[in-house]
Design a protein around this ligand. Structure first.
Ligand code: SF4
Length: 341
């Protein structure tokens, strides 16, 4: 049963999202005086009991590297210098120690407040600030300083902007191409509320990879991504593929879906959108205000998803407990290139 704490009706502001979380990053630490919805006991798997959450603690295969070292500090200084946001920090990604110590991060553009309230995501929800029109140049400068072969850029959803932020996306990609010509760009975008002309604006800026995450199986979308739709996201992927750009998607497992649904979804993606790259990783509940974990998926299961995905025709399947859409993205590009040879 959910526990609900509401200190006073006047404190429920327009910033209160559907999965009520106070603004300010880690919700577990900043709940005083705010609306708190404890979703941690909600069972998502509505076709059966929680599947294998026998271990309340993280299993041995979920082990993250602690953030430290010179590489980590250099990335941190770079991000701070240009006043940027990263999904690594905002989403409390478990891989931050690994990625940042290797000199890579995923920059998040269009601010750090999202207009949507997905039940799995740690990014703040609310009314965003106006866009920063210097951001494309700052991202370009920051990426040039990182000196990487490949960079992943993502964004918050900006349903408040008429074009969903598409023009700023395009400018950002142009700036990175201009300032860091040897760095390939992977743009991980939202669904632009299904507006294909906005998606086309991003497509025409020619990122080397254009990604959009389906996140979860169709049955779970209403709970996990209440303001999104599986069919709409599938149309985004279909349009990306039709444009000729390299297409990529991602999903998390362990949030309430079954293996059968995962395999059916992989087949559906290949059949409808012919997406080439997919990432599959374990869902980790960022705080008790987020949707609960239904099961810990064993590494052997991840290996099975990979095998099945490759058999269905995906060119690259990155599948493992700590895999995220941007985790080892450069290696995925190399693998993709090697399969095209
Ligand atoms: S996996 Fe992605 S989001 Fe997580 S730390 Fe690495 S680059 Fe950042």
């Amino acid at each position: 049963m959910q526990s609900v704490t509401i200190s006073s009706p006047t404190q429920i502001s327009r910033h209160s999202p559907r999965h009520a979380r106070p603004l300010g990053g880690d919700t577990a630490r900043k709940t005083r005086g705010s609306v708190v919805l404890d979703l941690s006991t909600q069972v998502l798997n509505n076709i059966g009991a929680p599947q294998s959450l026998m271990m309340k603690r993280k299993p041995s295969w979920i082990r993250a590297q602690l953030p430290s070292g010179e590489g980590y500090q250099a990335v941190r200084a770079n991000i701070e210098k240009y006043g940027l946001h990263t999904i690594c920090q905002e989403a409390s990604c478990p891989n931050i120690g690994d990625c940042w110590s290797r000199g890579t991060a995923t920059i998040m553009i269009l601010g750090d407040i999202c207009t949507r309230s997905c039940g799995f995501c740690n990014v703040k929800t609310g009314k965003p600030n106006p866009p920063d029109y210097d951001e494309p140049q700052n991202v370009g400068n920051s990426v040039a300083l990182m000196g990487l072969r490949h960079i992943v850029i993502t964004c918050v959803d900006r349903d408040d902007l008429p074009d969903g932020g598409a023009k700023l996306w395009a400018e950002t990609i142009h700036e990175v191409h201009k300032k860091a010509p040897s760095t390939s760009v992977e743009a991980l975008i939202g669904d632009f509320r299904g507006h294909s002309e906005d998606l086309m604006t991003v497509i025409e800026s020619n990122p080397e990879i254009l990604a959009h995450n389906l996140e979860t199986v169709p049955r779970m979308h209403g709970t996990v991504r209440p303001q999104a739709a599986y069919s709409r996201s599938m149309r985004v992927l279909t349009q990306i593929k039709a444009s000729g750009l390299v297409s990529k998607t991602g999903m998390m497992v362990g949030i309430g879906e079954t293996d059968e649904e995962i395999l059916r979804m992989l087949a559906d993606i290949r059949e409808k959108a012919e997406t080439e790259i997919i990432t599959i990783g374990q869902y980790l509940q960022p705080s008790r205000n987020h949707l609960p974990i239904d099961r810990w998926v064993h590494p052997d299961q991840f290996a099975m998803y990979k095998e099945e995905g490759l058999r269905m025709g995906f060119r690259v399947v990155e599948s493992g407990p700590l895999v995220r859409s941007s985790f080892h993205a450069e290696e995925q590009v190399r693998e993709y290139e090697s399969t095209s040879a």
